[in-house]
Design a protein. Structure first.
Lengths: 547, 359
């Protein structure tokens, strides 16, 4: 079917396009302007037309997400469902996640933390998220098999082969390391870990583990750079960890998760632990400008009750003291494990206000929004459903000032946010939420509206109230099919789970089989994610490695 | 493949038709058991939503002994593999865990990873008197039962009680562990006991690393718990009477509902072995059970459909106790044509057709 999206303001920064025009769609792809009469014409007059949104870091599936629902069942509310998907109004469910992303015009979402030991459960859950294409990053960096290889100085090839096998077995889209070595160190009694601190038993450091993974990702040709959650998240002086890690990459591609939680400079160098923190957004921005090999997602804070979910058990154990309400879960898992700690971001609280300001500051200081991805690290900084509000704050200085006026005065004292006049343009929003994350994931046919792109398109009514505009898309096409109209889902369909097409080395398969049998009493098969496990066929879609 | 309607053998299509007719006329049906592969459990939740049923797994009592304390206070947990690989001290609470194979594995191995690697493993028990074959240091339960015993032990650990007592000695042993694990059965220990035990584990982590490992129920509870959470956002016992999942562990306890006369039809799903509920024949009911199981007979329920058994005559994603996660179990023998998920989907399709025809 030939579709013409007519008369909208088409915003595609990858093509330098921001003008009223048409977008043509046929067979699920963007096509060139056609002379033929379209089968369907969508009137986009008065609307903004963008590619579908792409999410790179949102905790939407996996054992710890499940635990968060059980720990804090009151976090989401369920509403009586109208006709449609049976569970889309069940707050926090997989269907609810898919529906709410789709309503905002998002068409891809990636779970950033899939432990290989729990891959099948995570993938089954992801597959139950309707409407979107989705994927997951395979987490490494605390597993004994990898740490043993490194301790024994087995060389880059062995690490590469183990990483490739782990990604292939778990059917991941990329590789992530979370406070590399931190979970192992925590299990052995440590409560804090820095980049070069020795990890007990293994004699390694975060730097050694991370750089080995950086090399492996490059050698395999994973399109998405190593996704790194640094040491010392959320503490005063975390900016040091961020910058040190950035430099440790030595020019290799690296993506930083939720940079806001690291943009905390110490206020009192004499008393770094007790003196509080101030914004280090400028320092982070300068460091990023010097390192074009790096990208980050923000981890913006949104006020209200949430629950933090992380495989960084060392950090989550430390964070238990701030649990609100006073309950928490820490699991010492087969590698990382997980920590689930409820948290309340208080609008009038000094700490929460400053965190909120720092996230915005990071985005507003960035000269390259494509390297600055909008996330809330859902649900850690707040729910992804707050994106429209955050976009509003970025695009509207007056709106920002009004909100700041109601928040704690620490924003003016310890951040540079108040002085920033910048307002994001639609093109910059598209870079922040479309082209940037799509490039980052190596999804070359998404995040833009050029010929050949997948016909994932979001159409928004142009409204000065950007929150309203981006919360309920006027129309969303997924692969050329209308899935949302006037902010409501009109067609429930399944997307695909994106997996990296990576080959496994036979020798590493044999070696891992022996290791796993010894450790788990079960081999690689018990870690596998077979097609037959899924209730529907055609779940996965391959993404090629870089050549 | 076998199916029965009112005791008479029939084919699967006729049984599906009868099941759809039965459910279509029910006003407050229940879907129970759910001891099955995940695809079947998933189909059961979808069917329950369609017919406005309540859902209650046979694993409910074991699950809710943990879920209450979990949502009130949280937990510190570990896995079987981490216990075997790292633990230098393991405390077994109660009798029930001794029935599990992991106890023998723990007793026969030593830590090989982490800071306790190479150390002796100390096996301790509290209130476990049944197993005399495995060498361990035993501490008796107090008269008040296991939960009270754990409370007293915690008091010694916190310094609220002191003295040269057995529990004082046990407290010292736990505190001196480098990676300690407490193994327990939540159903045996009870809600209050689990909450106290998790509090004790959290207290221990102020001085060392210590985690809890609860033995899984044998009825797929851990697997369906995950599916339930991602499907409904809630734990398993939910009702769909208002077409929104409402979680209420008391209200949607199937045994209570049936005893109170609240349910007028039931669907029992157990493609894997599970104890047949005594209420199964007392109200109009459908049993979808594993072929070859004792329930695969014409008298088990009004409608009985025998289906493939995951891991034997069907593939399926099931709970792997040793791995403590969901893994895929392929059919070990000839796969049967009829799966539990397929039957449930067929019943759902037939119900949708009936609904359409009645409009």
């Amino acid at each position: 079917m030939l579709i013409r999206i007519q008369g909208g303001r088409v915003v595609d920064p990858t093509a330098g396009r921001d003008a009223v025009g048409d977008v043509w769609v046929e067979n699920g792809r963007i096509v060139a302007t056609s002379e033929r009469t379209p089968d369907r014409t969508i009137d986009a007059t008065g609307c903004v037309v963008m590619a579908g949104g792409v999410e790179v870091h949102s905790h939407i599936a996996g054992g710890n997400v499940v635990m968060s629902r059980l720990l804090l069942p009151e976090l989401y509310t369920s509403e009586a469902a109208p006709e449609g998907h049976p569970f889309a109004h069940a707050g926090g469910s997989a269907a609810w996640i898919g529906a709410n992303y789709a309503r905002m015009g998002y068409t891809v979402a990636v779970e950033p933390a899939m432990p290989p030991a729990n891959a099948l459960a995570t993938q089954l859950e992801l597959a139950d998220i309707p409407l979107l294409d989705r994927g997951a990053l395979t987490v490494m960096g605390n597993d004994d098999q990898l740490l043993q290889l490194l301790r024994q100085r087995e060389g880059k090839a062995a690490v590469r082969d183990l990483v490739a096998l782990s990604v292939a077995t778990s059917r991941g889209l990329g590789v992530k390391c979370i406070n590399a070595g931190g979970a192992s160190a925590f299990k052995d009694g440590m409560l804090k870990l820095s980049l070069d601190e020795e990890i007990p038993v293994y004699g390694l450091s975060t730097r050694k583990i991370m750089t080995a993974l950086l090399d492996a990702v490059e050698e395999i040709g994973v399109p998405h750079p190593l996704h790194v959650h640094c040491n010392n998240l959320g503490i005063p002086g975390a900016d040091e960890s961020f910058v040190d890690t950035l430099e440790a990459a030595e020019g290799r591609r690296i993506h930083f998760a939720h940079a806001q939680f690291y943009a905390y400079g110490v206020t009192d160098p004499e008393n770094p632990a007790t003196g509080g923190f101030r914004s280090a957004a400028e320092r982070i921005t300068e460091a990023m400008e010097k390192h074009p090999n790096a990208t980050f997602d923000v981890g913006q804070v949104a006020f209200g009750q949430t629950v933090t979910i992380s495989l960084d058990i060392l950090r989550q154990f430390a964070g238990r003291k701030g649990a609100n309400p006073k309950k928490w879960i820490v699991t010492a898992g087969d590698a990382e494990g997980g920590g689930v700690v409820p948290f309340l971001y208080k609008p009038r609280g000094a700490v929460s206000s400053l965190q909120w300001a720092i996230g915005l500051e990071l985005m507003l200081l960035s000269k390259e929004p494509e390297r600055t991805i909008l996330t809330t690290d859902h649900p850690n900084g707040g729910p992804f459903t707050d994106y429209p509000h955050i976009i509003h704050l970025l695009m509207d200085k007056e709106k920002r000032d009004r909100e700041i006026a109601g928040l704690h005065k620490v924003i003016g004292e310890r951040s540079g946010l108040c002085a920033i006049e910048r307002e994001y343009t639609f093109s910059e929003i598209a870079q922040l939420t479309r082209s940037g994350p799509a490039k980052l994931l190596g999804l070359t046919d998404r995040g833009h509206l050029r010929e050949g792109a997948r016909a994932d398109v979001a159409i928004y009514r142009d409204d000065r109230d950007r929150t309203a505009m981006f919360a309920r898309a006027k129309l969303v096409l997924k692969d050329g099919v209308t899935i949302v109209e006037d902010g409501e889902v009109v067609a429930w369909r399944s997307g695909h789970t994106l997996e990296l097409n990576v080959e496994s080395d036979k020798a590493m398969v044999a070696r891992s089989e022996i290791y796993l049998q010894d450790r788990y009493g079960a081999g690689l098969e018990s870690f596998s994610v077979p097609d037959e496990a899924f209730p529907k066929a055609d779940v996965f879609e391959e993404v090629a490695c870089l050549s | 493949m076998a199916a029965w309607v009112k005791g008479g053998a029939t084919d699967a299509d006729a049984a599906v038709e009868a099941a759809a007719t039965l459910l279509a006329s029910a006003r407050t049906p229940i879907v129970a058991g759910l001891c099955a592969e995940l695809s079947a459990v998933r189909a059961a939740y979808h069917l329950a939503d369609l017919i406005g049923a309540s859902v209650d797994p046979v694993a409910g009592p074991a699950l809710y002994a943990e879920l209450g304390p979990l949502s009130r206070t949280g937990a510190m947990l570990t896995t079987p593999a981490e216990t075997l690989g790292r633990a230098d001290a393991v405390l077994i609470v109660g009798n029930a865990p001794w029935e599990r194979a992991i106890v023998q594995e723990i007793a026969e191995s030593v830590p090989t990873r982490g800071r306790a690697a190479g150390a002796e493993r100390t096996l301790l028990s509290l209130g476990g008197t049944r197993n005399g074959a495995t060498r361990h240091v035993a501490y008796p339960a107090e008269a008040g039962g296991l939960a009270v015993s754990v409370a007293h032990l915690r008091a010694y650990l916190k310094g609220h009680l002191s003295g040269e007592t057995a529990y004082g000695d046990l407290a010292k042993r736990l505190s001196s562990a480098q990676y300690g694990v407490v193994l327990y059965d939540p159903e045996e220990l009870g809600e209050l006991g689990v909450e106290m035990l998790q509090g004790m584990v959290k207290d221990l982590n102020e001085v060392t690393r210590f985690f809890a490992l609860s033995v899984s129920d044998p009825y797929q509870g851990r697997a369906l718990l995950q599916l339930s959470a991602w499907t409904t956002g809630q734990a398993p016992r939910v009702g769909f009477g208002r077409h929104v999942p409402e979680h209420d562990p008391w209200r949607f306890d199937s045994a209570r509902q049936i005893a109170a006369g609240e349910a007028d039809a039931a669907l029992w799903l157990a493609s894997l072995p599970a104890p047949r509920p005594d209420w199964l024949g007392t109200l109009p009911s459908i049993a979808i059970v594993g072929e070859g199981s004792p329930e695969a007979t014409g008298d088990a329920a009004e409608i009985v459909i025998a289906v493939g058994v995951p891991g034997e005559s069907a593939g399926g994603s099931v709970w792997n106790d040793r791995r403590a996660t969901i893994t895929y179990a392929p059919a070990s023998g000839q796969a049967t044509a009829l799966t539990a998920a397929g039957v449930l989907a067929a019943i759902q399709d037939r119900l949708v057709q009936k609904k359409g025809a009645s409009c």
